[in-house]
Design a protein around this ligand. Structure first.
Ligand code: AMP
Length: 532
């Protein structure tokens, strides 16, 4: 039970690790932390006790735990291993495996299970190596005409198909969606209880934004597998329609955490049947503050499920999430967020006064060629509206994408841009990650982003799938604190660094030094240092 509570809290350190046991089923749990954390923990514990309280038997053997989980939910244990390694892949010499990983975007993998490390399965070379026993999957792949697995797919499939939890560090555009969808289809169709008798969906994909959720849904609906049905649930979409679809019965739910939480709290959806969970773009979900919603959702999902998590980056928050919600995972890194590796993008920086930015942007637009496609990134929703109405008045067709627009307008904007009906999209950072539009030739940073990571994501919207791209970034005096980080990025990617940017970085360094000295001088001496 304590393990379940820790799992739900995601912060095991807030609970005493040595509960006082009274009798067979009772335990006293000490909770540490701020009042807020304590209240939250208490709420979660009460909820868990109410749900699972008296039913937790407590057989600590591996067999016992498996039985317990199934019993806990009155369901048979989950089937997870669907991988039969082909002779060719199994007999590949280790040097060849290493060479293959290196040549495939430098795949790096590791087993994160504590204790003795397991063998990370060899990557597959061809689709048949993973799916030769699943002719319906092969038929789908033939239908869409893909030639070879992408690097993330070649390494992720043998891991996921064996039922092992996976963390995939990969960006959109790497084929990560199919990396979890295909094994998901097989998993869904191979469980002991037939799909129509599970009382709810079997697979849940959580995605940070409506756009990404819709994109995953679009990818999912390209394939037909044994009549599996999917639905996309997102805020701003037709709530009633979504509820109708869910209650009629679906196998895959692709959702943003907010709306799913809403349907879950109101008992419109049963998540207890979920045996395959995907946390897509986990870093982005944390950035957007979705952790509490994810925690609540996962309280209902089967604790013995298989979990796949993707993330473009691997910061502390994502590590913590992985530790709390994945069980003995393996990790696969492909490619890198390092723009130095994306040498097909030319990055230009223009130092400019704030009041000249609009005129320069107009000049930039006038230099575009008819086939060019550009995303203009701005910092505020208001600026996006303002710029787009300015350009529309000047007879320049543009679309805009930001969080204050109605969902249907957002979808229309993206569709117009994807199909090339407009060639200029003015967007906030909503569009900096995840959007898969292959033919963007230019990224134009009208406002510098909040941080350098976002800069990397924005610039990565162009130069996709081996194409060349150009990123133009306007930098004003107000952006001086990012100058030195920007210089590092430019230097690593062998790009020109403007002199003015260098002197801006130096001025900021001087300014900070002066501030530190001032702070030091102002610090009271003597007794206040005591006990420091
Ligand atoms: P994703 O990274 O999942 O957003 O995928 C980016 C794009 O790559 C999507 O349009 C996929 O349909 C496509 N894709 C996925 N797998 C492959 C593959 N093996 N070969 C070629 N394209 C692929």
């Amino acid at each position: 039970m304590l393990a379940l509570i820790c799992l739900a809290l995601g912060k095991p350190s807030n609970i005493s690790q040595t509960p006082v046991i009274r009798g067979t089923y009772e335990a006293e749990v000490k909770i540490f932390g701020s009042n807020d954390t304590q209240n939250k923990a208490k709420m979660l514990i009460d909820d868990l006790v109410k749900r699972y309280g008296q039913n937790y038997p407590g057989d600590r053997t591996e067999k016992g735990k498996k039985f317990t989980m199934g019993k806990l939910l009155d369901l048979p244990p989950i089937e997870r291993n669907f991988y039969k390694e082909s002779q060719k892949i199994a007999s590949m010499p280790q040097e060849e495996v290493e060479k293959l990983r290196k040549e495939n975007n430098n795949i790096i993998c590791d087993d994160l299970k504590e204790g003795e490390k397991r063998h990370v399965p060899n990557p597959v070379c061809k689709f048949e190596d993973a799916f030769q026993y699943y002719p319906d999957v092969m038929a789908n792949i033939r239908k869409v005409g893909f030639e070879n697995p992408t690097p993330i797919q070649s390494q992720a499939w043998p891991i996921i198909l064996q039922g092992i939890d996976l963390i995939g560090i990969a960006q959109t555009g790497t084929g990560k969606t199919l990396a979890y969808l295909m094994p998901g289809f097989i998993h869904l169709d191979s469980q002991p209880i037939p799909r129509d008798q599970r009382g709810g969906p079997g697979m849940l994909v959580l995605a940070p934004t409506r756009e990404l959720a819709l994109q995953v849904e679009a990818e999912c609906s390209k394939y037909t597998y044994k009549g599996i049905k999917s639905i996309c649930i997102y805020g701003g979409g037709d709530r009633k329609g979504q509820i109708n679809m869910v209650t009629k019965g679906v196998d895959i739910v692709i959702a943003t955490p907010g709306r799913l939480n809403d349907l879950q709290m109101n008992n419109f959806i049963n998540l207890k049947s979920i045996t395959y969970l995907v946390l897509d773009e986990a870093d982005r979900m944390l950035d957007m503050g979705f952790e509490p919603q994810i925690m609540k959702i996962l309280l209902d999902v089967r604790p013995d499920r298989q979990t796949v998590m993707t993330s473009a980056t691997w910061p502390d928050g994502v590590r913590r999430l992985a530790k709390s919600y994945l069980k003995d995972p393996m990790i696969v890194y492909v490619g890198t967020l390092d723009l130095a590796a994306v040498n097909t993008i030319e990055q230009k920086v223009v130092i400019i006064p704030e009041e000249e930015k609009r005129a320069f942007t107009r000049y930039f637009i006038d230099t575009l060629k008819p086939k060019d496609k550009v995303i203009i990134f701005v910092g505020k929703k208001l600026t996006a509206d303002d710029l787009s109405s300015d350009f529309s008045l000047q007879g320049i067709p543009v679309q805009s994408l930001h969080g204050n627009r109605e969902q249907c307008d957002r979808e229309q904007a993206l569709d117009d841009f994807k199909k090339g009906k407009v060639r200029i999209l003015i967007a906030t950072d909503l569009a900096s990650r995840g959007l898969d539009v292959q033919d963007i030739t230019h990224v134009f940073n009208f406002d510098f982003p909040r941080n350098i990571e976002e800069y990397v994501h924005r610039v990565g919207r162009t130069g996709r799938a081996g194409r060349t791209g150009e990123a133009v970034t306007l930098v004003t005096r107000n952006d001086w604190r990012i100058a030195s980080e920007l210089i590092c990025i430019l230097e690593r990617a062998n790009q020109a660094v403007p002199e003015e940017l260098i002197s801006m970085a130096e001025r900021f360094k001087q300014f900070q030094m002066k501030k530190e000295i001032k702070k030091d001088l102002g610090r009271p001496r003597g007794k206040s240092w005591k006990g420091f």
